[in-house]
Ligand binder design. Sequence first.
Ligand code: ATP
Length: 295
Amino acid sequence: MKLRIQARAKVNWTLDVVGVLPNGYHDLDMLMQSVTLCDQITIEDADDLTLTIRGQGGSFVPADDTNLVLRAANALREQTGCRKGARMMLRKYIPVAAGMGGGSSDAAAALKGLNVLWGLGLGDDELERIGLTIGADVPFCIRGGLQRAQGVGERLTPVPLKRPLYLVAFQPCRGLSTKEVFTALHEDGIRDEDRPDNEAAQRALAAGDVRLLGRSLGNVLEPVSRRMRPDIDKAIRDIEASGAVGARMTGSGSAVFGVYLHAGACRKAAQELAKTYPTCRMMRTAECGVLIEEV
Ligand code: ATP
């Protein structure tokens, strides 16, 4: 059997830090959205477990067993006792250390794909539980679509999305480490005016009200990241100037995105922004995080 899998990126319409959990992790409240930008993974039967990496972002990710694809595969073998192998190939297009969930999505794709290839018959709940041992965003990437994500990101509630929305996204500078950003947030603290309005954003998404959505977006990690990387600040202003109804940093950065009233406005802005930011891509919201087809 050979499977071709799309591992989709995500953006954070919102990201709020609402407290500290008993285990010391941040208690988050976010609206997370799968988008059509994706890495591609093929997996096929083999005696050993191997991974090769290609694609424009391939040189930025480790090729050894610290790669999240191999970590996911090994976790699945440990949890199920399965000893089968797989030949895996990852084509990397999602920017790395960008807050677009690239590694998490690859891990989610490996879990879902190998579950099929190895005939394990696990449900998404079980895969999410295993995924959480790899990374906090992996459960979201397994569920995908539009979810309210709380706790470290593992408490997921589906949110309706009235219609597809059109975005641009790109990484205007080198990646930011999540740890570095949270350390800076501790020093600076959170101002109330930087908090997103999660309820209003959720209402806007359900109603397809893109203008209200634009006004409700927010990410409490953005002010520190804009200060640490002035390129992020400039990129967000450039997206706003391109006609976006809202522009934000996603996750802990360093990628930024903008959302537009309709596909035409988005396409025009993407062409214009690509002159300054060659990695700028147009994308649309997606209904799932992992798409598997047999080839
Ligand atoms: P998130 O949005 O989930 O916080 P991110 O976009 O900030 O994720 P990733 O692109 O997932 O960050 O990468 C984080 C780190 O994980 C990188 O430093 C990278 O070297 C490592 N990594 C391991 N495997 C992968 C993979 N398959 N794809 C991307 N990064 C990987």
